[in-house]
Write a protein that binds this ligand. Sequence first.
Ligand SMILES: Cc1cc2nc3c(=O)[nH]c(=O)nc-3n(C[C@H](O)[C@H](O)[C@H](O)COP(=O)(O)OP(=O)(O)OC[C@H]3O[C@@H](n4cnc5c(N)ncnc54)[C@H](O)[C@@H]3O)c2cc1C
Length: 459
Amino acid sequence: MFRKWVNRLNHIAIIGGGITGLAAAHYAKEAGAHVTLFDAQDRLGGKIKTIYQDGFTLETGPDGYMARKATLTSLITDLGLGDRLVRSKTGTSYIYVRNQLRQMPAGSVMGIPTKFWPMVKTDLFTWKGKFRAGFDLVIPRVYEGEDISLDRFFRTRLGSEVVDSMIEPLLSGIYNGTLDDMSIESTFPQFITIEQKTRSLILGMKALTPPVQAGVKPSDTGKFLSIDQGLGGLVEALRPSIDRLELKTVVQSVRPHEVTLANGKVERFDGIIIATSPNALGSLLHIPEAERLSKLKRTSSMTVLAAFDESEVDALDGTGYVIAKSEGNALTACSWMHKKWPHMAPQGKALLRMYIGSEYVPPLLHEDDVSVATFALDELRRIQKVGKPLFTKVERHIQTMPQYEVGHKQDVKAFEEALAKWDGVEACGAILHGVGLPDCVDSAKKAVAKLNLEQLVTV
Ligand SMILES: Cc1cc2nc3c(=O)[nH]c(=O)nc-3n(C[C@H](O)[C@H](O)[C@H](O)COP(=O)(O)OP(=O)(O)OC[C@H]3O[C@@H](n4cnc5c(N)ncnc54)[C@H](O)[C@@H]3O)c2cc1C
């Protein structure tokens, strides 16, 4: 009887305690496993880091997730945090281009204009640019079954002005990359589907935009969700899924059923889930397919949070802005967090979050936090007026953001086929099928399902 029970209680090792590893721990625990989690850092959360200071909730990594991707919402609800979900506020979004903050034309969805009059009236593009965007209605399909860059796809369909002034600053911000590197198949395959279906992106996106429902205020339709204590609350809620937590523990390599730690200790498990940051895959597995993924381009960024008395910030009505590359500003975006997420700042205070773009990061690498914050604020003041901050916080994300370049899907397929030959080892996380938090949770759920816990050989 006891023997049977032990066989069913598979002992699983999870490597990496970011959202992917934590979600894997939750699903493995739910399936009856005994979970050991290793993380190199001295804390859980990986890129998720929430700091509480003077009544502010400071997110130095992700601040929310796309509401339409349901897996994470289900997980949060399962954890009993459903009533703590908060939706981002909406408002006008701006783009800083040609030395001015300009409103995004109403009806633009992910940078694609879908309404005629706002497009006619906007000062974001010249008449020539607007006319060129209209070609989208008549030109043939651009995607012909082979992966191409987002840059080529959008530039052909909508012309350079719409790409440089609206699409590039919006979409490249999500991956912290550049459109000419980014694979359409791996980043935004929905645009391929739309083009296949309606040929025109403008008409396709228009058809997808839900009609405004009577009684629903625009401010209630924010596209992002978080929880009211910040994403750090999610990390804490996932912690009890771990039976044995080994922080400050670097895993050096993985073999079927075997984990070798950096201190030389070897531990055996029934199943192993790798949920590390992308750069660790190659050195852990030593197979060419994993090494190839680890060597793929990754970009860096720095986030700078600055808290103010609200009277010290000259913010327009809205939630923030992105900045076109042509402006030569080191910042790629600035979110007015107190407007996007009112729970993040006390009454009468303002919280701004600035993102320093990848190419401006190397010269700042050896600067201290005060110098980085001063640099970011100087760049910000080229765009909007702000006074003296109450405090600032800097977070460095160095070489951590995986870039899904053209051909990425094939690299992932080759890696997954190679790993399938390893008994009881699965991998998941932002390098594979999407960088967003819900994508990471999805991949963790699939990895646990693939381990097929009850049938694992007990070692
Ligand atoms: C600035 C920024 C803002 C973002 N904003 C958003 C957002 O608003 N919404 C959204 O959906 N997504 C956002 N993302 C993307 C998202 O945060 C990440 O894709 C996601 O958090 C990755 O989670 P992960 O668990 O896969 O990896 P990580 O969070 O990187 O965790 C991996 C963990 O593995 C550990 N590890 C690595 N190697 C080893 C080893 N050898 N041994 C032991 N442990 C190891 C690391 O210490 C780390 O804790 C943002 C990303 C960044 C950088």
